[in-house]
Design a binder for this molecule. Structure first.
Ligand SMILES: [Zn+2]
Length: 187
């Protein structure tokens, strides 16, 4: 796997994010599908949170697929925060990595007609896209791929900090150097 950073210049923070990314991937990919994660190319960037909220999506992260198609390999995760808040950053990272798993395994497919999840098309209530056998949804949170990501993001985050004995208060205070040392086993 290849990870690149854009707009994240702190080296301790980069190394925390890299460790967390590998950890989340190993946790969320089924063991027999882990080889599919090897060729992933990932760019992680941070953007200022703009005042304009896009539609009903208040999520702090966005995922872009850079090589469109079935089971894509190249992604960009954009995390929108004004200040670096490590708690949000790692939880958002976990959320977006769950989406990468869904795309990479072909569970979630973006098509011209909308999104397809495990073989079923989903279309927003009131949308006029004509897709046969579509499943209508009302709210963003009702989407099964979003439900999986919302349900598992905290679990992944907690497993990661527990594994390295990282204190939640250090995460909240953004003690990057301390956390980096704990991850690398120096503490
Ligand atoms: Zn999501």
């Amino acid at each position: 796997m290849e990870i690149n950073y854009s707009n994240i210049n702190n080296l301790s923070l980069q190394s925390i994010i890299t460790s967390a990314t590998y950890f989340f991937i190993r946790e969320i990919f089924p063991k027999n599908k882990l080889h599919l994660a090897k060729c992933i190319k990932l760019t992680i960037s941070r953007h200022q949170l703009t005042r304009l909220k896009t539609s009903n999506n208040t999520s702090l992260g966005l995922i872009y697929i850079l090589d469109q198609g079935y089971k894509p390999k190249e992604f960009r995760i954009s995390i929108r925060t004004n200040k670096v808040n490590l708690l949000w950053l790692l939880t958002t990272l976990a959320h977006e990595i769950i989406h990468i798993k869904q795309y990479r395994l072909g569970e979630l497919v973006d098509t011209v007609h909308g999104s397809k999840w495990k073989g079923k098309f989903y279309a927003e209530v009131g949308s006029n896209k004509k897709v046969s056998k579509r499943v209508l949804y009302r709210r963003y949170h009702d989407l099964p791929w979003e439900r999986e990501a919302w349900e598992k993001e905290d679990i992944l985050f907690k497993k990661f900090i527990n594994k390295h004995n990282i204190k939640l208060k250090d995460v909240k205070r953004c003690y990057f150097k301390t956390i980096q040392k704990q991850i690398s086993g120096e503490i």
